[in-house]
Design a protein around this ligand. Structure first.
Ligand SMILES: [Fe+2]
Length: 289
């Protein structure tokens, strides 16, 4: 059902692996039908993306009645698939690459990142201040986007190790909705600090992926893993069906590059927001709470 043996690396500032036909077209079509048959979604974000999120009642109902989605979910939500992804990345990106300082030993099938709105001190409290001995879990959503969907350049949550996207529909290039990979323009003083939402003027486009049925993109969620989605124009084409997943720790990831550790610093904010809206900066200075 999932062919990940032929993932290929792309030229980028952070580890990215791509594969076409990771999911056969016939299965993509079944998955689209299942998502389309879902009467309810958990939320709508980013100007038009409806999600069914792991952890919600809605997700459990969806999985119960959607056999192909269930099968796929069970593969992703297991230690053996996680280990496979970990080893593929290790094999492809050997020396001089980003590393996670605290390798998780336990895979927690039941856990997921909560979709509750928190302010920065509540988020800090939830993540604790001991970042060693983490556990890993899968976060996943089945998504469909309508026209208007876009994502400004960002890096994902500080707890994330690997992220992946699986495209279920072909979207013509002129309709946008492409996944864009960025790199930070080289400025010495900026190389030591990695904001979550850098200014567009600080970034350069490295690569764009037009959604293609069955294509999967996996990337390591390193401090500089900047990515976004160009505005999707829904005109004479299908809606943008996709699966978004990630392997996340139950605590922040301390990344290392050339053995130099990078620590996350959550930016203080009184506003209650989803974890994915909170800003954090990766610095070589240890985190203090
Ligand atoms: Fe993201």
């Amino acid at each position: 059902m999932l062919k990940i043996e032929k993932l290929k690396k792309i030229k980028s500032n952070f580890p990215v692996l791509v594969g076409s036909n990771v999911i056969p077209r016939s299965i993509c079509k079944t998955l689209i039908k299942e998502i389309n048959n879902s009467k309810s979604f958990d939320d709508m974000i980013m100007g038009g993306r409806s999600r069914i999120n792991k952890g919600s009642k809605n997700f459990n109902n969806y999985i119960k009645k959607s056999k192909t989605s269930e099968k796929l979910f069970k593969i992703f939500n297991g230690k053996s698939f996680y280990k496979k992804i970990e080893s593929i990345f290790k094999k492809n990106f050997k020396d001089g690459s980003w590393e996670n300082s605290n390798l998780p030993k336990i895979f927690n099938q039941k856990k997921f990142t909560i979709k509750k709105k928190l302010n920065s001190s509540e988020l800090q409290k939830m993540l604790g201040n001991n970042y060693s001995n983490p556990k890993v879990n899968l976060d996943i959503d089945f998504s469909v986007s309508k026209g208007g969907y876009r994502l400004r350049p960002h890096r994902d949550d500080i707890t994330r190790l690997y992220n992946f996207l699986i495209y279920l529909t072909d979207i013509p290039k002129k309709n946008g909705g492409s996944l864009t990979i960025y790199k930070k323009k080289a400025k010495k003083n900026l190389r030591k600090s990695f904001r979550r939402f850098p200014k567009i003027s600080e970034l350069e486009i490295v690569k764009e992926f037009t959604p293609k049925q069955g294509t999967a993109v996996f990337f390591q969620s390193t401090p500089n893993s900047y990515h976004g989605v160009k505005r999707f124009i829904e005109k004479k084409c299908s809606k943008r069906f996709f699966i978004y997943g990630s392997y996340a720790l139950n605590k922040p990831v301390i990344w290392k590059f050339n053995n130099i550790p990078y620590y996350p610093h959550i930016i203080k904010n009184k506003k209650k927001m989803l974890t994915s809206f909170h800003d954090a900066n990766y610095l070589t200075i240890p985190t203090t709470n």
